[in-house]
Write a protein that binds this ligand. Structure first.
Ligand SMILES: C[S@@+](CC[C@H](N)C(=O)[O-])C[C@H]1O[C@@H](n2cnc3c(N)ncnc32)[C@H](O)[C@@H]1O
Length: 298
């Protein structure tokens, strides 16, 4: 997959104005605001995160979050004893995350404005790199993945969430908005997707991934798992002041494990390999060197 031709300034401007999660609360950046957002995140919008992000299992490890937003997940690692660092492209996100840590009396090693495609950290540094809903908004997702593998220690773990090209993508974005409302003809494929993702819509870039693309992207890592999660809007909550399906229907879906079939988020986990042998020249290279070299061809 090629690097997308989108100006990062536009991406930055959008996220400065549309701070993630803020719309879940009427309050203004105080203790109750941060606590309310955390409650809603883990009990309404992303129920699966409490277990899948493994917050309790990285005590004393050096954890990096890429794209912290308002910092709720980084706080959850910190509460459980991890040594946390976070970066985000947006100044507003870093300001809010800093305030979030101060308000809860917690400490972070680093909270920096930085780009996922050029991480300001040395190689082989972190035990865990976590990123949730971020790398599909950056023009060169391959480069960002190679950066994750660079800053991870050998055998270090990554947990990444990327959007999945599933039924909602085809039904809502392509059929209803794309074809019936004519957006595909007016704006083309990528802009139609951008218009119809994110709570406020009109994101400068949202890439929706197929499993095969994700497999290729993480091919140089070890023991990679890719799982679907989250039924999301209409099932877990009522989007855009519309409706939520009756609880018994949602329960049936979850009871029969349909989240694993229909989920709209991919959770990708794996470990950094010590080194990778290229069959072409039998030369041993570090994983990120291989990836950096490989992604140029997509
Ligand atoms: C949808 S929000 C997700 C935030 C947070 N992880 C969450 O789940 O609430 C996307 C975030 O990614 C950040 N972002 C987008 N592109 C980035 C990049 N290239 N490097 C670092 N952060 C980026 C945005 O500023 C924004 O805060």
């Amino acid at each position: 997959m090629k690097k997308k031709d989108v100006d990062k300034k536009k991406i930055n401007e959008y996220w400065e104005k549309n701070t993630p999660q803020k719309w879940y609360s009427d309050r203004e950046n105080d203790l109750l605001f941060f606590n309310e957002l955390a409650y809603k995140r883990y009990n309404v919008f992303y129920k699966y995160l409490k277990s899948e992000a493994e917050f309790e299992y990285h005590r004393n490890e050096k954890v990096l979050e890429i794209g912290v937003g308002i910092g709720t997940d980084l706080i959850s690692y910190a509460k459980n004893g991890a040594k946390v660092s976070g970066i985000d492209l947006s100044q507003e996100a870093i300001n809010l995350t800093t305030k979030h840590f101060q308000t809860l009396g917690l400490k972070a090693d680093n909270l920096l404005i930085a780009d996922a495609e050029n991480l300001p950290f040395e190689e082989n540094y972190f035990d865990l790199v976590y990123s949730f809903g971020v790398l599909h908004h950056t023009p060169d997702t391959y480069k960002a993945v190679s950066e994750i593998l660079r800053v991870l220690k050998p055998q270090g773990k990554f947990i990444v969430m990327l959007y999945r090209k599933g039924w909602k993508h085809y039904l809502k974005r392509l059929l209803i908005n794309g074809l019936f409302k004519g957006q595909l003809f007016k704006y083309g494929y990528q802009k139609t997707i951008n218009k119809n993702t994110e709570v406020k819509g009109d994101s400068p870039l949202t890439i929706i991934f197929k499993k095969s693309e994700i497999k290729r992207m993480f091919a140089v890592a070890n023991k990679v798992t890719i799982e679907k999660h989250r039924l999301g809007e209409f099932f877990d909550y009522a989007p855009y002041e519309t409706i939520k399906l009756p609880a018994f229907i949602t329960r049936i879906f979850y009871l029969f494990g349909l989240e694993k079939l229909l989920g709209e988020n991919y959770i990708i986990k794996g470990y950094k390999k010590n080194e990778v042998t290229l069959s072409s020249n039998k030369k041993k290279l570090s994983a990120w060197e291989v990836l950096t070299d490989t992604y140029k061809n997509y």
